[in-house]
Write a protein that binds this ligand. Structure first.
Ligand code: EPZ
Length: 423
């Protein structure tokens, strides 16, 4: 397994290009199942999760051709030749559940493995199932698989999400585009990835209003046609790299960065003493003075502070001036980066969904282990400013969501390298 080695202390200067959003691409790709015409996605990120979704779709009979050095994908589901999403693929990536709604809408039947939990939580899929039942689906859970049927096709319906769910909103939104009649989704997720999905579905001929708000209305249509759609930039990669100069000092421009995608996050950075400025090419970030100030964070569905940036922010606050409290309200076990940061000298107390961070002057480099995608990048950020050398192991977690992190950071002056191992 590869590891990443960092020697801290270098201020960063330069620019970092921001890729297309992993979490938008993982819902845009299954949308191809809704039509028998080709769907072209541009600005696709080069990540292992995207390769996993590609394999899953290919197992269902979708042809996927990658062009432009992996930044364009042409997907074509002329016919779904296999309606079973196998456990072996689904267990590797929870987003696989997003083939359920489109397959059901297209052909009236689907068998999809239950994804199981992951490191950050149990992550049930009950809301996906309840939403599809509201559209008339008949679901039978047995042998670890969801057996779904919609004889005569899905019918429009009204469904209110008891809790905001990004994936369930995406699954039901896709299914509703081909349901007979009107569907109204209430307490829907408002993430930019939902807006991007709706933009793509409309380009394919869907009739959707309200994406990005809590109420989405869909008028079902007979069929959807092919389209070409650019994947929205990755606001979580953007937020992650905005933090880099906040750790190290210096100034970094995030190419393609859009402030409207990270407003709550940027407001917290401003409060902590980090300047974010819009430029013609994106966003420019630097620390306002020598040390950031402590701030309190509570994660929430968009437009609140993103849970996917909580680990990275905690790492920054480990050397802030003062005491910060972070409340993780989305997932039940998303502080696994804390023990690893403590190995680097951080002072963190975790009580359930709340973590108290007392800032220290500087962290010390140490051997640490990645546990999940966002935790792994928080360790790399911490290592950029820590005294001495840090080695981060199990970086396969990192490769799920960040392309070429060592190249992007070393281009700005970081002393960072990937050490390949054949293990
Ligand atoms: C998406 O996961 C993202 N993944 C996650 O990013 C992100 O953290 C999450 O949304 C929240 O923003 C992708 O888009 C591929 P949810 P998702 O359904 O859809 C509970 C990353 O690092 N819930 O909004 O699975 C759930 O347990 C990943 O890129 C149910 O109870 O998240 C959680 O507590 C990590 N029943 C809350 O809702 C359900 O049926 C929010 O989950 C579904 C969810």
């Amino acid at each position: 397994m590869d590891s990443i080695h960092v020697t801290g202390g270098q201020p960063l200067f330069g620019s970092i290009p921001i890729a297309g959003a992993k979490n938008a691409c993982l819902t845009l790709m299954p949308a191809t199942l809704l039509t028998d015409e080709p769907l072209t996605l541009t600005n696709t990120p080069r990540l292992s999760d995207i390769r996993t979704m590609t394999s899953l779709l290919q197992s269902l009979g979708v042809s996927v051709s990658s062009q432009d050095d992996g930044q364009t994908q042409v997907l074509h589901s002329a016919a779904i030749t296999n309606h079973k999403a196998d456990y072996e693929i689904v267990r590797k990536m929870r987003a696989s559940i997003l083939v359920l709604g489109p397959m059901l809408a297209r052909d009236g039947h689907a068998v999809v493995s239950l994804p199981g939990g992951c490191a950050i939580g149990a992550r049930p899929v009950d809301l996906h199932l309840q939403g599809l039942e509201a559209l008339g689906a008949e679901l039978d859970l047995r042998d670890g698989y969801i057996h779904a049927k919609a004889p005569g096709g899905l019918k429009g319906g009204t469904f209110e999400f008891p809790v905001v769910s990004v994936g369930a909103t995406e699954n039901i939104l896709m299914a509703a585009t081909l349901a007979k009649g009107t569907t109204v989704l209430k307490n829907a997720a408002r993430e930019p990835e939902i807006v991007d999905l709706a933009d793509c579905l409309r380009a394919m001929g869907a009739q959707i209003d309200g994406a990005g708000t809590s109420t989405i209305t869909i008028e079902g249509v007979e069929r959807l046609h092919g389209a070409s759609h650019p994947v929205v930039i990755d606001r979580i990669e953007l937020g992650t790299y905005m933090l880099a100069p906040a750790f190290t000092g210096g100034e970094v421009e995030l190419l393609g960065g859009r402030l409207d995608l990270v407003e709550a996050f940027a407001a917290k950075l401003d409060e902590a003493g980090v300047s974010v400025e819009t430029t013609p090419n994106g966003l420019k970030v630097c620390r306002k003075n020598g040390r950031v100030s402590a701030v309190n964070i509570t994660t929430a569905p968009h437009p609140g502070f993103p849970t996917d940036l909580q680990a990275q922010m905690m790492a920054l606050l480990c050397t802030a001036d003062g005491v910060s409290v972070l409340e993780e309200r989305i997932f039940e076990n998303r502080f696994m980066h804390a023990p690893e940061l403590m190995r680097m000298g951080a002072q963190i107390e975790v009580h359930g969904g709340s973590a108290t961070v007392t800032g220290v002057d500087r962290l010390r480099g140490a051997p640490v282990m990645a546990t999940d995608l966002r935790a792994s990048v928080s360790l790399i950020l911490a290592a950029l400013a820590a005294k001495g050398k840090t080695t981060v192991s199990r970086v396969y977690h990192l490769d799920r969501g960040y392309e070429r992190v060592e190249e992007k950071l070393s281009a700005c002056g970081a002393l960072i390298e990937r050490v390949k191992s054949d293990g």
